[in-house]
Design a protein. Structure first.
Length: 673
């Protein structure tokens, strides 16, 4: 044997051992170490070597059988008709070659009719009905022997215990795929995470693990479903002569089939179906990893026959993998428009979900630590449709030595401001709201909004232009804009520029409550801004207040107090506020009002419906001016509901809670001088 042949033989042995290992992890332990695409590559490499060197082919090669082993915890079931697997196609050329082989073997020149179905990513099962009654269910196992899961399958609500209608054979073996819908999978994982239990990696693992529980009561609690795709053993009866018609019969007897199943003519029809299902894949509600093409005529199927492990009349056309394996080069932190810090994995580029992916989200620091992702790790990446790629799991057994746990940065990577993460919250945020470049556009939009500084004519598109042109870096820069500079912007003439300068000048006269609200301090809405302005004598007092002093303000708890305190401790924010004051932003200190003019003090109001004499905002301002509080939702703490015309559900809730309801006339009387 030459040295080259020896290397090939050694590689074949390595591939067989590796494939058998992953088969065991996937089918027996329900704990795969690598994504499906990586497994497919190993099998294809082995098959290519065996095709090129048939002398190396052995009966026990993984390419010569379907699957894996039966769990010893379950009884064994021998399939009287073997459950074969399908050959795979990954490129259009391979589908064209399949169709050419079919037509050539049949000596058929015209287009062949194919039954087309989605290829579900679940667990294949065989369910036997005798005289219409379910008597046995088994997994596919190695295609010849599977596991007896009868008791568990009986708990799957979409599996009928007795067939419907009439006309079914005396013995009918229906074959299908048990799967878990994506919504059910996510809800189940969410509940497990809340209980501190282990979560499943994907719906396929969840379905397999659920169906193979030793206690059927556990299976019954899992959101499993099934679609049937064909038949095996048939006795004492017959079936139609086309696969598509057989699916129709199964549906008639109460056995669910994939609603996307259809019939297509010729290779053009097959590729068209593939394209349609690839587009629909993200919206199906369950996972598929490709489509299956089967010659529709059963007589033609019989004529075509089988190879050792697969039918010649069918093929699976696999989608681009939604999961792939790669390594993490680095972990960086992105700052969003609201200041949220998101860890992002920089990846060794990998082709997944039809595109080359170089980055993947890690969501937040808690999720990063839960998965224990580190630089240098080998990870599984998932990309479904247009969803942002994410790290699904870390392959800990491939972790290099001396990796380090990733820590939350103390300072914002964009502006250097302190990063804060309140206890009990998953998201960490930059505290430099007025200064941080990542938050610039969002903070400016809020600053100029109607209920804040009310800068008329300063909309989102104009703010985008000002920031992109480098004219505005923070709110104070707005008041340095000139008509000449503004007139040079897109769709901004001299008149429009002059109007905006006038609007900015007008906005300088404001109130302390509006100014506080305009700063965009987290969790400081209009009501909290009014409470702060009413409690403290000045902005200086608020900015210097301790946590304890802030918590003395009605309805301000420790979390909101921490946000306010942290905001004013950040020197960048104080610098912007000082610049705003120097530019002329000012407000009159409200005179001390006698008790009679604060007669609504301690009272909470909710306004619903349309008022004829004033706007809702004017009514809320009047309530606050009299010492009251205006909120947006009815609760047990609400003192009065002010109901205009078309009040909606808030009135019903107030009536249920026994809260006094004022019509507009009664409200006007209450607030009148």
């Amino acid at each position: 044997m030459t040295r080259s042949a020896s290397k090939i033989e050694q590689r074949v042995r390595e591939l067989r051992a590796e494939i058998e290992h992953h088969n065991y992890r996937y089918f027996v332990l329900d704990d795969p170490e690598i994504p499906d695409a990586e497994f497919d590559r190993l099998v294809r490499e082995l098959k290519t070597l065996e095709d090129a060197h048939p002398e190396l082919l052995t009966p026990d090669s993984p390419t010569q059988r379907v699957g894996s082993y039966a769990l010893s915890a379950f009884g064994e079931v021998r399939h009287r008709v073997p459950m074969l697997s399908l050959d795979n196609a990954f490129e259009p050329e391979e589908v064209e070659a399949f169709d050419a082989r079919v037509r050539d073997r049949l000596d058929h020149d015209g287009p062949i009719e194919y039954a087309c179905e989605p290829k579900l990513d679940g667990l294949a099962v065989s369910i036997v009905y005798e005289d219409g009654v379910l008597v046995q269910a088994a997994t596919r196992g190695d295609g010849t022997t599977g596991e007896d899961v009868t008791h568990n399958v009986r708990t799957v609500k979409s599996v009928p215990l007795r067939l419907h209608g009439k006309g079914w054979p005396g013995v009918l073996e229906a074959r299908g795929e048990v799967f878990m819908p994506i919504a059910g999978f996510e809800a189940m994982n969410r509940r497990a995470q809340e209980r501190g239990e282990k979560t499943f990696v994907n719906p396929r693992n969840a379905a397999a693990g659920s169906l193979r529980q030793l206690d059927p009561r556990v299976t019954a609690e899992r959101p499993l479903e099934v679609y049937f795709y064909g038949v095996g053993l048939i006795e004492r009866g017959g079936l139609p002569e086309r696969h598509s018609q057989i699916l129709g019969s199964l549906r008639k007897w109460g056995l669910r089939t994939a609603p996307e199943a259809t019939v297509k003519r010729g290779v053009e029809g097959l590729l068209d179906y593939y394209g349609q299902m690839l587009v629909r894949r993200p919206s199906l509600g369950y996972q598929i990893d490709g489509v299956v093409y089967k010659v529709d005529s059963l007589s033609l199927q019989q004529e075509l026959g089988y190879v050792a492990r697969a039918p010649r009349w069918a093929i699976a056309h696999k989608f681009p993998a939604e999961e792939e394996m790669t390594t993490i080069r680095d972990i960086e932190w992105q700052v969003g428009r609201t200041g949220a810090l998101t860890p992002v994995a920089r990846l060794e580029p990998v082709f997944v979900g039809g595109v080359t992916v170089s980055n993947a989200t890690l969501h937040n620091i808690d999720e990063l630590h839960r998965k224990d992702v580190r630089v240098g790790d080998t990870v599984v990446i998932r990309r479904a449709g247009d969803v942002i790629p994410e790290v699904v799991e870390v392959l800990a057994e491939r972790r290099p030595l001396h990796t380090r746990i990733v820590r939350l940065p103390e300072s914002c990577p964009v502006c250097g401001s302190a990063v804060v993460k309140p206890e009990g919250e998953a998201v960490a945020r930059c505290s430099g709201g007025l200064y941080c470049g990542a938050q610039r556009k969002e903070s400016l939009r809020h600053f100029a909004s109607r209920r804040a500084m009310d800068v008329e004519g300063l909309g989102a598109k104009l703010i985008d232009q000002l920031v992109d042109a480098g004219y505005v870096k923070n709110a104070a820069d707005l008041y340095g804009l000139t008509a000449d500079r503004l007139a040079g912007l897109d769709r901004m003439g001299e008149k429009s520029a002059g109007n905006l300068v006038d609007a900015l000048e007008k906005s300088k006269k404001t109130t302390l409550a509006r100014f506080l609200y305009s700063l965009g301090i987290r969790d400081v809405g209009e009501a909290t801004a009014h409470a702060l302005a009413g409690h403290f004598a000045s902005l200086e007092e608020i900015s210097e207040a301790s946590m304890e002093k802030l918590e003395e303000v009605p309805d301000i708890g420790p979390v909101v107090a921490q946000h306010i305190h942290g905001f004013f401790r950040e020197q960048h924010n104080r610098d912007v506020i000082d610049a705003l004051r120097r530019s002329g932003v000012e407000w009159a200190s409200p005179p001390k009002k006698p008790a009679a003019e604060r007669r609504l003090s301690g009272k909470t109001f909710v306004i619903t419906g349309t008022l004829s004499g004033m706007t809702r905002e004017e009514a809320q301002d009047r309530i606050r001016a009299l010492g009251g509080k205006a909120t947006g939702s009815v609760s047990a703490k609400t003192d009065y509901l002010v109901a205009g015309s078309d009040p909606g559900s808030k009135r019903q809730k107030a009536e249920k809670l026994g809260i006094p309801i004022l019509d507009e006339k009664a409200f006007q009387a209450l607030i009148a001088n």
